[in-house]
Write a protein that binds this ligand. Sequence first.
Ligand code: G6P
Ligand code: MG
Length: 213
Amino acid sequence: RFKAVIFDLDGVITDTAHYHYLAWKELAESQGVHFDHEFNERLKGIDRMGSLDLILASAARQRQYTPEEKLALADTKNKHYQELISTMSSKDLLPGAVEALDTVRRAGLRIGLASVSKNAFTVLERLGITDKFDYVVDAATIARGKPDPEIFLKAARELGVAPADCLGVEDAVAGVTAIKAAGMFALGIGHPFVLTEADVVITSLKEFNLAAY
Ligand code: G6P
Ligand code: MG
């Protein structure tokens, strides 16, 4: 019944959350902000500057950061993150990811990627799956990050498919909200208690069953 499947990347196809965690933790602590896994959860699906704003909002000394300072901090985090992902390879694909992509391909549906990460192209290359996608949204062209539907709507438009004919796959609360706001069917990867807005929630792409949605 669907004509396209639009995947998120981080936490769905590969687990980069740990690398984001390490890079944000070092950055946060350099600013006197306590950073743990719980905080990291809140950053899932949130773009780089949005994540930095959340971290700085809880800076011990509530001081103002200039736009230039913020850009420098975001850049420091990103350089560290890029160092961490430079050794990624196909072994970093989450279980079931390639099988899910191949199932969608065999079913004759279009495949899109909607990640707000400006490192998405690099990660796809390192994973060796770039050519499995018909269209990958360039995060640099997106004005409003998730939970805004912009990125999913752009993917659908570029794939030439109406939003109502798209299945979106997401692990983040903000991402599921974005899919629903785009008028698509939302498949959540994670826990139903967390991804309450999703139409269906599975634990990982190992359970992906296109015919069931
Ligand atoms: C994804 C991740 C976020 C990350 C964001 C931006 O949505 O889930 O944790 O902050 O991408 O990534 P970037 O590579 O552009 O800093
Ligand atoms: Mg994600």
